[in-house]
Design a protein around this ligand. Sequence first.
Ligand code: SAM
Length: 211
Amino acid sequence: MARKLKYDIPGPDWRVEVEEAREKGWPALFDAPALPLVVEIGFGRGEFLTYLAGEAPNQAFVGIEYSEKRVLKLARRLARSELRNVRLLGVSAQEATARTIPDASVSCFWINFPDPWPKKRHFKRRLIAPAFARELVRCLRPGGILEVATDHRGYAGWIDEVLNGTPGLENLNAPQPWRASPEAGRMATAYELEWRALGHPFHFFRHRRRP
Ligand SMILES: C[S@@+](CC[C@H](N)C(=O)[O-])C[C@H]1O[C@@H](n2cnc3c(N)ncnc32)[C@H](O)[C@@H]1O
């Protein structure tokens, strides 16, 4: 039998509404005067985001995820944790960036294993697409980093093409399009461990907004 979702937040609630983020701005929401933000898009179970935030308590982390259930579950976990530097937005990445993230305010975007939408008729649903890549560049500070990982070979080729065709981005793995293995110390999510056990290939992209 499916477990019933619990809606109460047993401590501080770090979820933020889009309107609140627009009106107050991220520095006020983090109670810090000026911040570079670190943003994870599609955080899923949230273990990567909470790991990053625990490693860098003085940085401000925004998690964006359009699954309401996943946002709720992470909000409950954060409420019970000591972390004070994570805020969650439960909307699509496209809406979150367009409506809440000012120009040149993000030091790093993490996009780990976005849904590959392998059927041709679904390619238009892919998160990494030319318009959204331009939007990420707008949000990044000069020198800011975009990290993307996928285990899907076809999507990797597509991501490579999109990112290399986006003005203002440079590939830090050049002349290779991506790394096939993670950098030492990078945390693996539960999905990643499952796929690794199944022998999936990995593609880790790292691009920088040109200074
Ligand atoms: C395959 S899962 C990967 C989860 C996690 N990043 C990981 O590596 O374990 C993709 C996640 O992205 C979320 N997602 C997909 N498209 C999104 C969008 N446009 N905006 C926000 N979240 C999105 C999905 O709800 C899902 O949780």
